[in-house]
Structure formats: C-alpha cells, structure tokens
Design a protein. Sequence first.
Length: 225
Amino acid sequence: MARTFDQWAEAGRAEAMEDGHRDVVYQVVEKMDIGPGERILDLGCGNGWATRLLARQAPDVEVVGIDISPRMIARARARHDPRLGARYEVAAFESLPFPDEYFHRVFSMESIYYAVDLERALGEIHRVLVPGGVAEVIIDFYLESPGTEVWGEVVGVPMHYLSEAEWRRAFEAVGFHPVTTRRIVDRRGPGDPASFTPTPWCPDWETWVSIHQCGSLWIHAVKPA
Ligand SMILES: C[S@@+](CC[C@H](N)C(=O)[O-])C[C@H]1O[C@@H](n2cnc3c(N)ncnc32)[C@H](O)[C@@H]1O
C-alpha cells in the first residue's frame, strides 16, 4: 500500500487529487463549523492540503494529518505553513499512534476504503475520538456510483466497495450512533466534453458525468457522549 501511494506521490497525483477533491471538501468543511482549540485528525492526508485547510478554520486548532506513504508525508511537510497548528505523521489507519479520546473530530477524504482491515480502522477512529466527537468521512468509491466500480481493478490494491447502507452499518458496528449519509456534488460541474481525457479510471465522458452526478458520499458518524 505504501509503495503504491509513494509512486502516486512521485507522479504528482497528490496535487491532482487536491484539485479534484477541493470543492467537495470545501462544502463539508464549511458545514463542520470548527471551533477554536479543536483537535482534528486527517486520515489519509496525502500532501496535507485538507489538513492545512482544517487548521485555518479557527484559532488554536490542532490538526494532525496521517498517511501510510512516507513520500506523501514528505510532500505535506514541504508544503507546511508554520503559522498553522498542523503536523504530519506516517501512520496506518489500523494502528493510530494517539491516545484514547484525544481528537474532537476525525476527517478523511477519499481514503478510508483503502483500509486493509476496515473494522479495525473504524475501531481506531472511534477509540481516538472524545465522547461526543464526530467522524466526517468522504468517499467517491461506493456502490451507488457505478462508474467508479472499475477503480477496484485499476488501482492495484485491495479496496472496499460498499453500498451507502453497508458503510452506515460498518460505522454503527464499532459503536458510532447516529450515523448519517448524504451526497455532495462538485459545484464546478463535470467540465467541458471537448477537454475530457480518457483514463483507465474513467474511460469515457458518459462515465465521468455519471460519477459527477452521483457525487461524493459524506458519512457523518457520532461517537455517543
Ligand atoms: C486518494 S488519496 C487521498 C489523499 C487526500 N485525502 C486528498 O484528498 O487529496 C488516499 C490516501 O490514503 C493513504 N492511505 C491508503 N491506505 C492507508 C492506510 N491503511 N493508512 C494510512 N493511509 C493510507 C494513501 O497513501 C493516500 O495518500
């Protein structure tokens, strides 16, 4: 897993993801209403762009971005803004190097379905959250967005392809309640068909429009107080 994402980092894909994920993340972060002094964990932070966005939301916010790829973390550290309360660590979802009940929120964009052991990863998210803390997890790869199914073969690492209801049940199974889901559509639209470039992830314009219209799945999971 680390090797695959190290290669992505070397190929500049962290910055491509930053551009692709920006609008959906802005919409979610706006609704999070982050307060001063909150501690937030960004799971699968890539080059740390969302870690820094979260840290800019209020005074004295402490955000830690973790990623299994040392090259992604190197990129995150290289882009660090020392005025922000952000830092970046190499770590795996399944073994978070933080004490119990440390974070007020866990945030994650387009990462959690890569967990090798999903139940353990969700259990770790639950463990590090304070009672009453919230996990905000966003994914584009889910069953009701059929255009994404091919990603499971293209990426070359095991990925969890679950339905919206299965994601809710997975979070509930480790103790989250309530767990709600909604779709977030990129406000920039699908773009211009003339400038669409086919890739193994998205071979044609119709598939791209379908992925865009299905939107990102936002899972909002509360650890009971
Ligand atoms: C699709 S990228 C998303 C990056 C970033 N959140 C963004 O939106 O730009 C997924 C990230 O999750 C990381 N990742 C995958 N599996 C992981 C695991 N088990 N533990 C920690 N990080 C993992 C990868 O290294 C990669 O940087």
